[in-house]
Ligand binder design. Structure first.
Ligand code: EPZ
Length: 419
């Protein structure tokens, strides 16, 4: 099948309003959690993304009945008793490791292969496995396959994460929600997606407290039921569209967002000289023609500046006046956009986890290749503000996280089409 490509004609202002999709990074663990209940859940505002479809395929392979009606996914896990996920399904998306905690939580055993690495470098799961072992899970690793069985779970288990891993926090919550015993996670991830997952589990009858703080307490309950739940908005997609407005000197209203999840992103755009105005569930951004460089941006766990927004902000800073520095503290190989941006005339130097961007007064359209999800989105942002036409390939990476990105951007003035 021929890969689709995006053709972007730069130089047009982004102006209008975009309703932002549901959060990919909340919908995936939420779909995994629906396996726990043994009932029927209706999950609204679930983005129509390749990763979400992959999650539904995993649920079906476990015996769930999955149906999608527009942006609502109905999962009936009453007859589901599977505990193994095939290698093929595991490789479809890196975050499929989050099924480990959910399957163990309900069936007390699980067999799945190590998740594929991804473009961001090795994606270890040592923190996930260490935590589950502390919770009494026996894990045999054999030729890339994890064979897990649950032993006696301690009445109380304190787990301190050496780093606030989002995935590890989610897997511990998913495993500890059902059953007896109290699990306390210290140095837990505080991302809004964690709060969303905990909100869903609690609505299913779970008992999780401290969501959004560094100490999360999970009291196992004897059973969970299904529920109706709405996925939170995608703060990274919202920031991406803010980047498109900033890169084209445009102005944009983002609706259906949670500004309180986005202060670290909003402040960077303000520092660049954009007007950023948050309202209850909207953000208004207007970008002057010329932007200012931002001296230092450090990616940090939430509530710090999110690593997923880093490539997007790098693309905007390519044309800001002055010199900006980005320090990528979360992933070891997350400057994949830099090579492609240089093909457009950007002046970016990367050294390990540090990138220095010297603003240039214009970028030129070029043939570009998306290397990963957010680096691909960064290329679109840069192409929108460039002179001339760009052709972006490997669009499948972008489709993992953005629903109909070309339609959304065309509706607010961009000249972008998929071929
Ligand atoms: C989640 O990945 C997100 N993915 C990522 O978004 C996001 O970048 C990341 O959190 C950080 O916010 C989903 O939610 C599906 P981590 P996750 O565990 O859970 C290291 C996107 O673009 N680590 O917090 O994998 C790890 O290598 C994606 O939407 C270990 O060393 O992130 C990384 O350097 C990309 N051992 C750092 O911690 C472990 O056991 C953060 O990882 C686990 C993680």
């Amino acid at each position: 099948m021929l890969e689709s490509r995006l053709i972007v004609e730069g130089g047009r202002k982004i102006e209008g309003e975009i309703r932002v999709q549901g959060a990919k990074n909340s919908s995936l663990p939420l779909l995994a959690a629906s396996f726990l209940s043994g009932g029927t859940s209706v999950i609204h505002n679930c983005p129509a993304l390749s990763d979400a479809y992959a999650a539904c395929r995993i649920l079906s392979s476990l015996g769930c009945k999955c149906k999608r009606e527009q942006h609502s996914v109905i999962v009936d896990s009453s007859d589901a008793d599977g505990f193994a996920v095939s290698d093929g399904l595991m490789r479809e998306m890196r975050s499929s490791i989050v099924f480990l905690g959910a399957i163990l939580g309900r069936t007390k055993r699980c067999r799945l292969s190590f998740p594929g690495g991804c473009e961001l470098g090795p994606r270890p799961i040592d923190l996930h496995l260490e935590a589950l072992k502390k919770l009494g899970v026996r894990i045999i690793e054999d030729h890339g396959v994890l064979d897990c069985t649950c032993g006696q779970r301690p009445a109380r288990c304190d787990i301190t994460l050496s780093l606030p891993s989002v995935g590890a926090t989610e897997n511990i919550m998913l495993y500890s929600a059902l059953g007896s015993g109290e699990t306390v996670i210290y140095n837990a991830a505080r991302e809004p997606e964690i709060t969303d997952l905990g909100g869903y589990i609690n609505k299913c009858g779970g008992d999780i407290r401290g969501l959004g703080s560094s100490t999360v307490v999970i009291n196992g309950v004897p059973e969970l039921h299904g529920c109706e739940y709405t996925v939170m908005p995608d703060r990274i997609v919202a920031a991406t569209y803010m980047g498109a407005a900033a890169a084209t000197g445009g102005e944009l209203v983002l609706s259906g967002v949670c500004p309180q999840d986005m202060y670290s992103c909003m402040s960077i755009f303000s520092e660049m000289g954009c007007g950023v105005y948050p309202y209850t569930d909207k953000i208004f951004i207007n970008a002057k023609k010329s932007l200012s460089a931002v001296r230092t941006i450090r990616t940090m766990p939430y509530p710090g500046f999110p690593t997923d927004c880093q490539p997007i902000v790098m693309a905007v800073l390519c044309r800001a006046n002055g010199s900006s520095m980005i320090v990528e503290n979360i992933f070891e190989n997350r400057f994949m956009a830099a090579d492609e941006l240089r093909r457009m005339g950007a002046d970016i130097k990367t050294e390990g986890r540090v990138a220095v961007i010297e603003g240039v007064n214009k970028l030129l359209g070029a043939k570009l290749r998306a290397a990963d999800l957010r680096a691909g989105a960064a290329l679109i942002v840069a192409a929108l503000g460039a002179e001339g036409t760009s052709v972006i390939s490997n669009v499948r990476y972008i489709d993992r996280g953005y629903e109909n990105i070309e339609d959304e951007l065309s509706a607010v003035g961009a000249r972008i089409k998929r071929i």
